[in-house]
Design a protein around this ligand. Sequence first.
Ligand SMILES: NC(=O)c1ccc[n+]([C@@H]2O[C@H](COP(=O)([O-])OP(=O)(O)OC[C@H]3O[C@@H](n4cnc5c(N)ncnc54)[C@H](OP(=O)(O)O)[C@@H]3O)[C@@H](O)[C@H]2O)c1
Length: 253
Amino acid sequence: MTSKIDYQAPDGLLENRIILVTGAGDGIGRAAALAFARHGATVILLGRTIAKLEKVYDEIEANGGPQPAIFPLNFEGATLKDYHDMAETLDKEFGRLDGLLHNAGLLGRITPFEQYNPELWEQVMQVNINGPIWMTQALLPLLKYSADSSVVFTSSSVGRRGRAYWGAYAVSKFATEGFVEVLADELEHLGNIRVNSLNPGATRTQMRKTAYPGEDPSSLRTPEEIMPTYLWLMGPDSRGHNGEKFDAQPSGS
Ligand SMILES: NC(=O)c1ccc[n+]([C@@H]2O[C@H](COP(=O)([O-])OP(=O)(O)OC[C@H]3O[C@@H](n4cnc5c(N)ncnc54)[C@H](OP(=O)(O)O)[C@@H]3O)[C@@H](O)[C@H]2O)c1
């Protein structure tokens, strides 16, 4: 597992790139959307809470970034048709996609498997892996139109080594790692699309707070602090890296 935690992104790193970020309204996704825009990307903000996406939109505009776009979508209810309609809209609007950050995620419950609620399990699998997979399928033609596109799936330490009580969340992240290997291998011959997995590590967000309520948040890195690896993966410097696992923090915790 490699890392680019000290990467110094040049100002115009992502100029002329069109990048879609899922779960862009909060936490790590919000920080990634802002960082990508700050480095010149046109960012498509996807998420389920429109008010949060609008705030990020306004922030990007206030920072003088390229005009972003908002795409409301809830992975829980989204259908194949929604993904294909979305691809059609993006095709008309942008004609291609240079980056896709799968970041939206649901924790579910940390609980003994014996007590895991099957409906919640399905929900977590839907948001964390099934939805993103079918969205990727619909967006593949747009990624192929790009001269250099990067698809990043967000993993977790519990998607690389199982841990008691992490249930559907851990299983969805293992599936994510597996899917990255399959898709990366399948697209390798094209030469213009790379697919990698990224573990953010323990980061100061609402999800982390829910998972570890007793932890002191100030002991954790902020989403902004873990952006170097995100920028490196989205920019041209990561070209040639395909099917690899990355960590955004030294410990990969
Ligand atoms: N924070 C950590 O320590 C940590 C560690 C390892 C991995 N990760 C991974 O990093 C990613 C980001 O996590 P985070 O910590 O930033 O979590 P977060 O603050 O809870 O943000 C999660 C984002 O996903 C969105 N989302 C949740 N369910 C959705 C749905 N059904 N449809 C569309 N969007 C949905 C949320 O939207 P709303 O704002 O509308 O709820 C939010 O924008 C996740 O994949 C997570 O598994 C985080």
